[in-house]
Design a protein. Sequence first.
Length: 211
Amino acid sequence: MLLMLHVADHPLLDAGVFETTFPPGFLAESSPSWLLEGLSLEAPAPLQRSEEVRRKVRDLLRHGGYRPTGRGKPASEYLVRAATEGVLGGINPAVDACNVVSLHSGLPISVIDLDKARAPFRIDLAPAEAAYVFNPAGQEIRLSGLLCLFDAEGPCACGVKDSQRTKTSPDTTRTLSVVWGTKELPGRTERTVAWYREILEKMGAVTREVS
């Protein structure tokens, strides 16, 4: 069954969305060494982050009134800091692929477990006072004015921190990925998605577009 997703009108958003299916038990295994090597800032990559990309991504996230600074900065910036400090390590193949591509492309990426979420899905700005828990410790992120992925229960992912409710686990077999691209960087989302899907398929996963 083809997964459907509605994207609300937005002057800047250029989202890249696709579904991935993994063999059962695949995410319980460690990522291949060639993928983990990509978590280094010096690793070769078809896309390179830049100050322009950083600025344009922040412009995208602040358009609805959200402030993408400090602890609320884009996930792609967090990855650069973690890699610089030498603390960016492997989690599972789905998350590691996401992190490698986000680190080098400079675009934040969300990945959720589709079997923990419920249709319908949409991308829209979060309303005032919206929030969700983003880690096992129960910490919350305030989402007001931030572009988010919503399922039937509410927001579950964004370009800053994804919801704990729909995060992947060793039992995950289906994921939905969202590349939070901007129209101010023409073609970058498309190139990022192509590289991302290439990595996943190299590991034996099956990807398909979401309409």
